[in-house]
Each structure stands twice: as structure tokens, then as C-alpha cells.
Design a protein around this ligand. Sequence first.
Ligand code: HPA
Ligand code: ZN
Length: 334
Amino acid sequence: DHMEHFIRELPKCEHHVHLEGTLEPELLFQLAERNGVALPDTFPKTVAECHERYSRFKDLQDFLDHYYVGMSVLKHEDDFFELGKAYFHKAHADRCLHSEVFFDPQAHAERGVSIESVTRGLNRACQYATKQLGISTRLIMCLLRHLPPTEGLDTVKQSLTLYEEGLIHGLGLDSSEKPFPPELFTECYSLISSKFPSVGLTAHAGEEGDHSYVQKSLSHLNVTRIDHGVNTKQSEDLIKHVAENEIMLTLCPLSNKKLQVVQDIAELPVDLFLRNGVPFSINSDDPAYFGGYILDNYLAVHDKFNLSLTDWCVISKNSIKGSWCSEDRKKELH
Ligand code: HPA
Ligand code: ZN
């Protein structure tokens, strides 16, 4: 298959991957042992049991319940370095040349792991990726929307020196979507953008929430990108708006299938978005839990949609254009 070969070789940019979601069961059990972490009885006991459990998530919340327990084995700066390093090697193998990675500092703070040690460990992994693998990187801090916005604001305040140092480049919003609409976090976003106007703003929206969550992330949080954004498809006006304003949607096909956002990847609005000039990229979300890294996600789209070479070039160009890297780096990526 010529097309498949072309897709393998295509230079890729990733914009939607949670580093905690790249924690493979092998490393998870190693760290649990090394750090003396006892996992709860409800958590799978072996690598094989992980794979079995991860193959049947009911929805986003069912996944998140495992995701937060899984990451509880991460305790020290070096654990985060090791986690990031393992992910960047996978990305490199998939011909990913630029990667913007999410992390969830609040999910580690509750175990007494400081935002500094998480950020420094991950930043060392980013530097390793650039020096050893030639991957340009961006680190995006996410706020957990299931926690009170006042705690989000505290986290933002604690992170200001890290933004100042240039260790973090973006702000995002993730976790359980529907009960926690974007406008709750308006103040968190405005604080970051008032202090650091060049920091990239994004938010998960329109994964389980409807199109109004996408709309409100744009109007209240001033994001320039939307993570998932699948439900943009529900509104013709919104489709027009994101196309005209070049708001990139970071689609995650395997994630959407595993969390039953769609029953089949063929249901994703890939054709609708291409026909209407909606820019999107293809991403891996939580690859250790959803069974595939960025190339697997590209190939899943290839398998379900008979896209032309021209379509793939549009996807590839849009994923470069929507990246938060320098214009010089964008030229190199072409
Ligand atoms: N949605 C919301 N929160 C998340 C996700 C996701 O896909 N992955 C990790 N945290
Ligand atoms: Zn995500």
C-alpha cells in the first residue's frame, strides 16, 4: 500500500498527548515497586490485565478513574524524566518531529509532588528529545476541571515563575468535561494571558460536551486551539467560525473510539471538516491506555477514510501551521 508507506514517512506534529497517559503498564509496575506505591485492589495486577481492562472503557470518566490511579506511581523528578523520555522515543519512531505535550500538575500535588519537580523532570525530557532525537517540543500545563477553579487559580499562580523561566509554553484544560463548563476557568486563563501574552491557550472541549463548550472556550477563555472539538460538527455557524478563524482542532481518533465518543472511527467528521476548511491535526491523547501512538492514529484515519494525497497534504500543512513553534522551525518541518 503506497499510501500507507507515505503516511508512515510523513513528518508529523503532535498537539494532544498527556504525558501521564503515555505511562505504559511495564513502567507503571516498575515505578510502583521502586517507589513503594500500593495500587488499590480495583487496579489491574499485571501488564496483561491492564491491556484487558484498558480495552473496555465505558466512557471518559471510566478511563479517568484508571488514569489518576495509574499516575500515582510517579513521585520523583526522575520518574517524570523517564516517563517523558520513553514517550519521545515512541514519537521519534513514528516520525513525529514536533511535539506539544500536556501534563497535569494538580494530579501530582495531592501526593505531595511539587509543580517544580514535575515540570523540571518533564522539561529535562524535552531537552533530551531535542538534543538526542531532533524533536522540537512545547510543554502545556493543564488544569483539572473537576477541581474548584480557585485551586486552578492557585496552581496558575504557583506556575508563574516556571512560565517566566520559559519551561512551560501553554495552558490547557482537561478531565471530566460535562459537569464543568469552560467559563468556570475564565480567571485562570486571563491571568496567564495578561502576564504572558505569547503563551498558547487551548482547552479540551466538545469531546463529551456539546458544541456550546467549544463556543464558550473560544469566547470566554480566548483559546486559539480546541482539543478534540468533535462536537463542532453540531453547529454550522461554529464550523464556519473555526474555519474562518483558523482554530485548529486536535482530533484523537483511537481515544474517541476507546471512550465511546464514537462507536466507529468512520463516524468522525473528517470529511465534513476537510470540505469546510476546518483545520485539524491527528493525535494520540493517552496512547498507553488507548493502544496506539500518533502513527496508529494516522493509520486508523487512513483505514476508515479514503483520503487523497491532497487531503493528507492539507492535514500535514495544517498541523505544521497550527503548531506553537517558531516560523523558522515551521519551514524546517515542511
Ligand atoms: N479528555 C479529558 N481529560 C483527559 C483526557 C481526555 O481525553 N485525557 C487525559 N485527561
Ligand atoms: Zn486529551
